[in-house]
Design a protein around this ligand. Structure first.
Ligand SMILES: [Ca+2]
Ligand SMILES: [Ca+2]
Length: 229
């Protein structure tokens, strides 16, 4: 609303308009904020991003998420799995009930995963535990890429023949920091590292197919794959 006023000052006539504007004293523009459920972002481990630390005096009606790997999401929280390591950016845009918009962008360094973070994201127990009772420990499910909460079997192929023996298995990329060693034994009691040669791995997307090869020696031997976190 405008109210015209007129006056006379120091011999000069003047006129002016007094502007009255309705100002909502309680309207605080929204401020977007991102929080995460972990101190470390591991690749191939689900990460939950939350917008609950965003603020507004009104009500936030819309949440939009954009990840630098091209994926998008909506809602107050989103879960995301990074499939590459390195720096990633995540943007959150919120819109409140007055149509006011706020955007924030954070950069995160996605690193190689650990069993502990993966197990924590799924609510699993110890590495040696077998939460789904399928005979494969949680650590083996982490490495072989099977479901630790469903009865499934790892795909492991042991192929002995007259000249050489090979041991083929899939390893999930999330477990790249774990150590796998082929071992051999004559009596199932004493185990020694086996001088296995590894063929070039095949990239299956989230997994590697790996093949360990070692020469056949003509006598009975036992083999095992030793895994260490
Ligand atoms: Ca299991
Ligand atoms: Ca399983």
């Amino acid at each position: 609303m405008t109210t015209p006023s007129f006056g006379y000052e120091d011999g000069c006539a003047f006129d002016s308009f007094v502007v009255e504007a309705a100002i909502d004293q309680n309207n605080t523009p929204p401020v977007a904020n991102i929080s995460i459920n972990t101190t470390e972002l591991d690749y191939f481990v689900p990460i939950t991003f939350s917008a609950t630390d965003s603020t507004t005096s009104g009500k936030i009606l819309d949440y939009r998420w954009t990840f630098s790997d091209g994926s998008k999401g909506s809602g107050e929280t989103v879960r995301h799995i990074f499939t590459t390591r390195g720096m990633h950016t995540i943007s959150l845009t919120i819109t409140d009930d007055l149509g006011q918009v706020s955007t924030v962008t954070y950069s995160y360094n996605v690193v190689a995963s650990s069993y502990a973070n993966w197990a924590s994201s799924l609510g699993l127990g110890a590495a040696t535990a077998d939460d789904d009772n399928d005979g494969s420990s949680n650590l083996l499910e982490y490495i072989f890429g099977t479901n630790p909460l469903a009865n499934d079997a790892a795909s492991i192929l042991f192929q002995p023949n007259s000249n050489s023996t090979s041991y083929t298995f899939t390893q999930h990329k999330r477990s790249s920091s774990t150590r796998l060693t082929m071992q051999e034994s004559n009596d199932l009691i004493n185990w020694m590292n086996c001088p296995a040669l590894e063929a070039p791995a095949t990239d299956l997307g989230s997994m590697w197919r790996r093949t360990m090869q070692f020469p056949a020696i003509g006598s009975q031997k036992f083999y095992r794959l030793k895994v260490e976190e």
